[in-house]
Design a protein around this ligand. Structure first.
Ligand code: C2E
Ligand code: MG
Ligand code: MG
Ligand code: MG
Length: 288
C-alpha cells in the first residue's frame, strides 16, 4: 500500500541500500554525461614563496560544474571516474584546458597538475602528456606533475621510465600528500622527485600539536639534504604562515593566500597585479 500513497511515500520505504545504489548510478551517469558535455573545468590555487609572498605559480584542481549538483569537488568524482575507467579522459580534458589557460600567464609562473595512480598504470600516459604540451605550445619546463606515494606501489619500473621521459623534456615531478601515508626515505629515492609537498592535514596540526613543528622541521631538513624543495599546503592563517617561516624555507599554498579560482579570475588577478606593478614602477621613476 506504500505505492498507493504516492511516490514520496514509496521513496520513504525504499531500503537504504537500494537508494544508495540509485544515487551511485545517478552519479556515474552524471559523470559520463558531464565528460561528454565538457562540464569538468580547471580551477587554480596560488602557490607562493612563503618567505617573500611572491606568486610562483598555480596548482590546477579539477571541478565538476554539474547542472544538477552545482560545483562538485574532486574527492567525489575522481574515485568514481577511476572505477568507471574514464579518469584519463576526464583528466586529459582539464589538463588540455589548463595548458591553454596557463600559456597566457607570465612565463615565470608554473602550472602543477595532479595525476591519479590509475593514469600512471597506462604505459602511454607520458607520450600523451608530451603530445598535449606540444599541441598547447606550453613549455615543459613550466609544468609540474604531482603524484602520491600510491603511484610507487605497483609497477615502479613503468612509472620510473615514464617519469624519466617526462623529465628529459623538462617536466618536474612532485611527491604530493607527504606525511600522511607510509612514504619513507626509501620512497623519496624511488623516483627522481623535484619537490615534496607536505599534506594539508599535517600543516593544520601545527597550531594544535607541539611535536608537529619538529616533524615539519625534520621534513624540511630531509628536503634540504636531498636537494628537494618543500611545499606546505593548507596554510589557512597568518599564524601558520609565520610558524612555517620560523621552521624553514617553503613554498606554500592555502586559503590564507587564496582559494581555488576559475581561469577568468586568475586572468583578472594577474592583469591587476601587472597594472599595480607598472604603476609602482612609474611612481618610483624619479621626476625629471
Ligand atoms: P591535493 O592535490 O592535495 O590538493 C589540495 C586540496 O586541498 C584541494 O582540494 C584544495 O582545494 C584543498 N586546499 C588547499 N588549501 C587549503 C586550505 O588552506 N584549507 C583547506 N581546508 N583546503 C585546502 P580539492 O580541490 O578538493 O582536491 C582534492 C584532491 O583531489 C587533490 O588533493 C588531488 O589529489 C585531487 N585532484 C584534484 N584535481 C585533480 C585532477 O585533475 N586529477 C586527479 N587525478 N586528481 C585531482
Ligand atoms: Mg596536489
Ligand atoms: Mg596534497
Ligand atoms: Mg590531498
Amino acid at each position: 500500500h506504500a505505492k498507493k500513497s504516492g511516490r514520496n511515500r514509496y521513496d520513504w520505504f525504499e531500503p537504504k541500500m537500494e537508494r544508495e545504489l540509485r544515487l551511485r548510478a545517478d552519479l556515474e551517469n552524471g559523470i559520463l554525461a558531464g565528460i561528454a558535455r565538457g562540464e569538468f573545468v580547471p580551477f587554480y590555487e596560488q602557490q607562493v614563496d612563503v618567505e617573500t609572498g611572491e606568486l610562483t605559480g598555480f596548482e590546477m584542481l579539477a571541478r565538476w560544474q554539474s547542472p544538477r549538483l552545482g560545483l562538485v569537488t574532486p574527492d567525489r568524482f575522481i574515485p568514481v571516474a577511476e572505477e568507471l575507467g574514464v579518469i584519463a579522459e576526464l583528466s586529459e580534458s582539464v589538463i588540455s584546458q589548463a595548458l591553454r589557460d596557463a600559456r597566457d600567464w607570465d612565463p615565470r609562473l608554473t602550472l602543477a597538475v595532479n595525476i591519479s595512480p590509475v593514469q600512471m598504470r597506462d604505459p602511454w600516459f607520458a607520450q600523451r602528456l608530451l603530445k598535449f604540451l606540444a599541441e598547447a605550445r606550453f613549455p615543459a619546463e613550466r609544468l609540474e606533475i604531482e603524484i602520491t606515494e600510491m603511484c610507487l606501489n605497483e609497477n615502479i619500473g613503468l612509472v620510473r621510465s615514464m617519469v624519466t621521459s617526462l623529465k628529459n623534456q623538462g617536466v618536474k615531478i612532485s611527491l604530493d600528500d607527504f606525511g600522511v601515508g607510509y612514504a619513507t626515505l626509501a620512497q623519496l629515492r624511488a623516483l627522481p622527485f623535484d619537490r615534496i609537498k607536505i599534506d594539508r592535514q599535517f600543516i593544520g596540526r601545527l597550531s594544535r600539536a607541539e611535536d608537529t613543528a619538529n616533524v615539519i622541521s625534520t621534513i624540511a631538513s630531509i628536503g634540504q639534504g636531498m636537494n628537494l624543495p618543500v611545499t606546505a599546503e593548507g596554510i589557512e592563517t597568518e599564524s601558520l604562515r609565520d610558524s612555517l617561516r620560523r621552521i624553514g624555507t617553503f613554498k606554500g599554498q592555502g586559503y590564507f593566500y587564496g582559494k581555488p579560482e576559475t581561469a577568468e579570475q586568475v586572468r583578472n588577478r594577474l592583469k591587476s597585479e601587472a597594472r599595480l606593478a607598472a604603476d609602482t614602477a612609474a611612481n618610483d621613476t624619479p621626476a625629471s
